[in-house]
Structure formats: C-alpha cells, structure tokens
Design a protein around this ligand. Sequence first.
Ligand code: DAH
Length: 340
Amino acid sequence: MKEQLKEIKQRGMNEIQKADSLKELEDLRVKYLGKKGEVTRILRGMGKLSKEERPIIGELANVVREEITNALSEAKERQEEIALEIQLKDEIIDITMPGVKKEVGVLHPLNQSVESLEEIFISMGFKVVEGPEIETVENNFDALNAPKNHPSRDLSDTFYITEDLVLRTQTSPVQIRVMKNAQPPIRVISPGRCFRNDTPDATHSPMFHQLEGLVIDENITLGDLKGTLDVFAKRFFGDDTKTKFRPHHFPFTEPSAEMDISCFKCGGIGCNICKGSGWIELLGAGMVHPNVLEYCGIDSEKYSGFAFGMGIDRITMAKHDIDDIRLFFENDRRFLKQFK
Ligand code: DAH
C-alpha cells in the first residue's frame, strides 16, 4: 500500500504539473481527492489493515492528500494569474490613442447672413414677415407698377405656373401683401427665395435669395433711406464701410437708386473683389411710387416711404469673397466647412 500511495502521489503531482486549465485541475481534484478518488479510496480501505500498519499508512495517506491538495491550489492560483494576464492584455486601452472626432455642422452661410440681417434690422425697429414663393401675377408685377410689356414678365425670364400664378421673381410682392393688410406706420423686412428662368453660371442661379425692406410713415424721406442703409452696410460689412447711391430705375420706386459700398478688402483703392473700381454694387432701393401706395389703399398724400431689395446670395458672396453662386447649392462639405 505504501508503494501504491507513492505511485499515486508521483502520478498526481506529474499530472497537476502538466495541467494547463482550471477545468483540468478540477478534474484531477475529483480523480484523486473526490468521494471516489484514488486517495480517498485508500483511506477508506484502511479498515482492512493490521493495527500496526494502520497509523503508518494513515499518516502517509494524509500527507499525500495534503501534498496533492497544496499542489492543486498552487496550480490553480497559477492558472488564475495566467487567465487574468490574458484578460488584461485583451482589454488593454491605449489612452494615448487619438479619440474619434465628432464634427459639428454649421449653419449654411446664406442662413448665417439672414440671421445677421434680421438682427441688424430688428435692432432698427423692423419686423420680419414672410410671403409665399408661389405668387400672383398681380402682386409680383401689376401692383408693383410694372408695365404690361415689361421684359421681366416674359416666359423666358419668369416661371409661370398658370396665367395668373408665378414663382415669385423678387421678394417685392411681400410689400404689396403687407400694405394691402396694414396701415402705416410700417417697418418690415422679408427674406426669402426667388426664382428666375436663368441658366446657371457663376453669378446666376434659377433659385436665389432676396431680402426686401419697406418703411411707410408720415414724412419719410430719401434721407431716411440713405441713413438706414448706411447703418446696415456698416453693421454688416464693417464700420469703415462707405456707401454711395447712384440713380437707377425700378417701376415701383421713384426716385430709384442703386447702392454701392466701398470695397471692404482694399478700402476703395481697387482690387480683384471690386474689379479695380473700389466699389461693390450691393442693392436696389427707392421711394415707394405713389401708384403702388394708392394701389394698396394707402393715402400717398399723407404717407411716403422707402423700399429696398438686396440679393442675399450676392452680399454673402461679397462678404466672403466667394466667386461662384452655385457653391451655395451644391452642399459640398469642403465649401460649407469654411463658415464655422
Ligand atoms: N426687386 C428688385 C429686384 O429684384 C430689387 C429692389 C429694388 C427691391 C428696389 C426694392 C426696391 O424694394 O425698392 O431687382
């Protein structure tokens, strides 16, 4: 029996040494120390031994059991350490690695312009109103004093939906809607989309944006027009901006003018932006024609007013030195990203 115990110990120790998983170690524990295990069997069989042999074998069996138990727990500890090492290696986090950047979008440059235009005019007491993009021929042309044979009415210039309905070619019809529905004092601006039957190129788009302005009250003069637009130009393009008014013609204003601003890049010396002239053409304006006032039911003897209309695309191009209007509508992120 002594020999048998020695052999069991030898074999057990060997097997424990070779085991390389917790599962194998558990199997070995059952094999040697379990209820039906080899060492247990020997301890159980001790009854059959002589009185003299019993304590010797008993002691030896206990020693073997203890040694196997210790070897198992040591091996188990080793295996657990290895498992932990593997797990730590697998889950390693390199905190020096660059993170995943979340890019934040930007407001479209045209919307940025609309926001700052609204802020500027609201601070001067204007209200923001909107009109429909599908407009009556009456509001878009007739009420604005456009002669029946005005070239802008042509099919080649205007998108007609029916004989009486068009995609508005300007935001000026919003003036008509406001004046038909309210008595002075009136002070409104109206930004929005307009449409003309133009072939797209660097400076033309069949869909573009305008901002219309209208002020009607007693004693409104050309001086009010010039002062208001001068404040706007300085606020939008910078304090050093100078304005200049040139005579022009629009059917719905009399007198009419175009306003230029001094070039904000060269300050008036002449550069690529102002094409050497030192000035940039910015918007149309004028004193509201009495015919327009009367058409809308406003007494032109008592009231006067001014109106202006600017291309939002155009002033945004001027402000940011953009040379092609189509860039606004292509949604190329490389272009849009510049307006952060
Ligand atoms: N509607 C004009 C255009 O599209 C711009 C304009 C000029 C608007 C003079 C006005 C104005 O209100 O007074 O060219």
